[in-house]
Ligand binder design. Structure first.
Ligand code: T4K
Length: 384
């Protein structure tokens, strides 16, 4: 789509990395009318209970407790598991993963990632375990599954807890099972930029009934009854208005995924032969999340370096993102940790310098996708 600038020349509309999946306003209003009738706006009303049931079914997860966002979901998981001391984790994630540990008084210990999946490398975990280690926190980054079998085996051997940050892995499955079946607890983000969202929101999922009960207590200040407040809880509740958004969005997720897959297929076809560019594997509709479309970019032949390509796309009003650069281990708050030494994290350093997430959402038109493809081809000296 184009607009006119002041001097009359054509200016194309900006295309951003994501755009929220929106239900029809009427579908949302139907849910709102029910809330108006009951006047229950929060504190575990019908909408959030119903959303938990629907999510549990959709995700194939046994227990799902909805929460106010994905960051607080990580913090609730850390508290529910009573973690102490050090937590072994990845530097290649959104900063919220690491901040959540810090807010819980836990020390992040960074280890390198697998060069292909970009998830925490199980080979690096064992050497990082000390008497102070209480858990491993893996991130299914871009929906790529962590090496859950190897991590589970290490955790059992060393009696460590495992949390998976599944913010990018909504609906992801491993060997036919929900990804939330692995580890002790998995956390989700339902932020507006996520495949499934409730505006803001999140959840913890777990196979363990007692951990689910603990998370539910923690999200409501640790209150058990009018007389008893046994835990140090917090306010981590999802409001009914947000739950209503989630209920209106969930039925649209499968079609959104199918549309995203078509976009990914076009991207892969268009970029597979561009020198220096590595395309991601095309996901499977049943097992993958289609949360992000991430290229790896190396300056080769006429292909510019990642940052240059990012700027050239931006000049064409195409806003890609360098998720996740800078690495969490290179930020001011964490760079002085011993485990943050760049020399210990070569795969993460390389990934952070090469990744480029292109716009991915179902409402991208064929014309939008063509514009993005042409923009990238031109930047790499290729005639589309
Ligand atoms: N763990 C992981 C691995 C995560 O990736 C995240 C969050 C979390 C934990 C924490 O979960 P939450 O506490 O957030 O639930 C975004 C999101 O804010 C963040 O949720 C997400 N990960 C992170 C990867 O990305 P930004 O700074 O990139 O978002 P922003 O505002 O630049 O949005 C990107 C584009 O999306 C905009 O250019 C336009 C579009 N957009 C965005 C919003 C918010 C819309 O069209 N409408 C909107 O309402 O952080």
């Amino acid at each position: 789509m184009t607009n006119s600038s002041i001097d009359g020349s054509a200016v194309s509309e900006p295309i951003y990395v994501s755009s929220p999946l929106l239900p029809s306003i009427d579908a949302y209003k139907d849910h709102l009318s029910e809330i108006w009738a009951t006047k229950q706006l929060t504190n575990g009303g019908k909408k959030s209970i119903c959303l938990e049931d629907e999510l549990s079914r959709y995700l194939g997860a046994q227990n799902v407790a909805v929460l106010s966002n994905g960051t607080i979901a990580l913090m609730v998981a850390c508290h529910a598991l009573k973690l102490t001391g050090e937590v072994i984790t990845t530097p290649f994630t959104f900063i919220a993963t690491i901040h959540a540990l810090a807010w819980c008084g836990l020390k992040p210990v960074f280890v390198d990632i697998d060069p292909v999946t970009m998830t925490i490398s199980p080979q690096q975990i064992e050497a990082a375990i000390t008497p102070a280690t209480s858990a491993i926190l893996g991130v299914h980054v871009y929906g790529n599954r962590c090496a859950v079998d190897e991590i589970g085996e290490i955790a059992t051997r060393h009696k460590l807890k495992v949390i998976y940050d599944a913010a990018h892995a909504f609906g992801t499955r491993h060997r036919g099972r929900s990804i939330a079946d692995y580890g002790d607890m998995s956390t989700y983000s339902f932020h507006a930029t996520k495949l499934f969202h409730s505006g803001e929101g999140g959840a913890v999922a777990t196979r363990h009934k007692e951990l689910d009960a603990e998370a539910r207590s923690l999200r409501n200040f640790g209150i058990a009854s009018e007389e008893r407040i046994p835990g140090t809880g917090i306010n981590a509740k999802l409001s009914e208005l947000q739950a209503a958004m989630g209920l209106a969005v969930l039925p649209l997720v499968d079609e959104e995924k199918a549309q995203r897959r078509r976009v990914c297929q076009r991207y892969n076809e268009a970029f597979k032969a561009v020198p220096g560019i590595t395309t991601p594997p095309l996901g499977d509709l049943r097992d993958d999340s289609f949360q992000y479309y991430c290229l790896r970019v190396k300056a080769v032949a006429d292909t510019p370096a990642r940052d240059d390509l990012y700027q050239r796309l931006k000049a064409k009003n195409v806003f890609s993102r360098r998720y996740f650069w800078p690495l969490c281990s290179d930020t001011e708050e964490y760079k002085d940790l011993e485990s943050a030494d760049p020399a210990r994290l070569p795969n993460a350093q390389t990934a952070a310098n090469e990744v480029l997430c292109l716009p991915l959402y179902g409402a991208l038109t064929d014309e939008d996708v063509s514009r993005i493809i042409t923009g990238l081809h031109e930047a790499c000296g290729i005639a589309s």
